[in-house]
Design a protein around this ligand. Structure first.
Ligand SMILES: [Zn+2]
Length: 343
């Protein structure tokens, strides 16, 4: 947990630029509208899925709010980057910036962090506004949340509380009722893939795969460091009846059990989608393999395989020998009596 102390804020160059990120533009415009109408509340809660750039949006709001001569040209709104306040912010020494960064901490925001925040609010401000940025606010424990609530109920003059949360529903209702929400919605696949290619320099095939892998991987722009194609082919050969259990297990052993289970579950969802006549969402090089598999077994069989994998995932952290665990999984998935045994 970062010290709540003043100006303990490196100001990293954001990899995600709000103006070039379609799904951040609407909440940014919502903030600007409130600000221009002089209706900015004391508390803002930015919510959305992990990796969509909640903190980038929060930092942009912070920069704009602290700037002494912000650019207000429609479509180009932002901090000027040259006024004394911007210079202090860029140097990481702006005394009105208080940050509680939750990522990287196993415990989230603590009561001590909030107490330090309260102390900091008692100091004289440098500018017109003091901003407290609280990342992953839903990870606050109850005592911390109660203390924060007191601050939100009687906000110090010239204060703005910026909270981010992936799971806003985990925040106490009392806090949610004190803040205005800026919702970052998940973009469509086409929008996300284009963004990864254009702004992050990810090749299109990789971008498609990142979308398929889901939010954990998506915004990192980094493909998994295991050979997903080999793992997939081993699974397909096994399910098609021409892959030996030991060969399959040898291949699977290169990755953690829970990673394997999630990957196979993801593929299996696609197999069932294809069986139901829906479009396959997998990257194009996997589609023929998935279509082939969907013809190989009945829907009931796949549902039962799905069940086997869910059970495997639940026990992925048990201290069972990896080789034995994978062997059992491979046997369970190919068991000819699967349909009757699990019925
Ligand atoms: Zn400025």
């Amino acid at each position: 947990m970062a010290d709540a102390g003043v100006a303990d804020c490196a100001w990293p160059e954001d990899r995600i630029q709000v103006s070039k990120t379609p799904w951040l533009i609407a909440p940014w415009a919502q903030f600007l509208a409130m600000r221009q109408a002089d209706r900015l509340p004391h508390g803002l809660l930015i919510t959305g899925a992990r990796g969509l750039g909640l903190m980038s949006l929060a930092r942009r709001i912070m920069a704009y709010s602290l700037c002494q001569s912000p650019i207000t040209t429609p479509g180009a709104e932002g901090a000027c980057q040259v006024c004394p306040a911007c210079r202090l912010r860029l140097a990481g020494t702006h005394p009105d910036i208080l940050q509680l960064l939750g990522s990287g901490s196993a415990f989230g925001v603590s009561i001590d962090d909030i107490r330090a925040l309260i102390d900091a609010f008692s100091l004289t401000r440098y500018g017109a506004l003091r901003i407290a940025l609280i990342e992953q606010a839903e990870r606050m424990n109850r005592n911390a949340a109660n203390s924060l609530l007191k601050l939100l109920e009687e906000p110090p003059t010239g204060s703005l509380f910026l909270l981010t949360a992936e799971r806003a529903d985990l925040l106490p209702a009392t806090i949610r009722s004190r803040v205005q929400r800026l919702v970052v919605t998940m973009p469509t696949r086409a929008v996300m893939v284009r963004w990864l290619c254009d702004t992050q320099g990810v090749p299109e095939a990789d971008a498609q795969m990142l979308w398929f892998l889901g939010e954990e991987q998506l915004m990192s722009g980094q493909l998994p460091n295991w050979d997903w194609m080999a793992v997939t082919q081993a699974w397909i050969a096994l399910m098609a009846g021409h892959g030996g259990v030991l060969v399959t297990v040898n291949c699977w052993q290169s990755i953690p059990r829970d990673t394997l289970a999630r990957w196979l579950l993801r593929l299996m969802v696609e197999v069932m989608r294809v069986q139901s006549g829906l479009a396959c969402e997998a990257p194009s090089n996997l589609i023929p393999l998935i279509e082939q598999l969907s013809r190989q077994h009945t829907r009931v069989h796949w549902l039962k395989c799905h069940h086997v994998l869910l059970e495997f995932l639940q026990t992925a952290n048990h201290p069972l020998n990896d080789e034995l665990a994978f062997e059992r999984l491979a046997l369970d998935l190919t068991d000819q009596s699967l349909q009757t045994r699990l019925a």
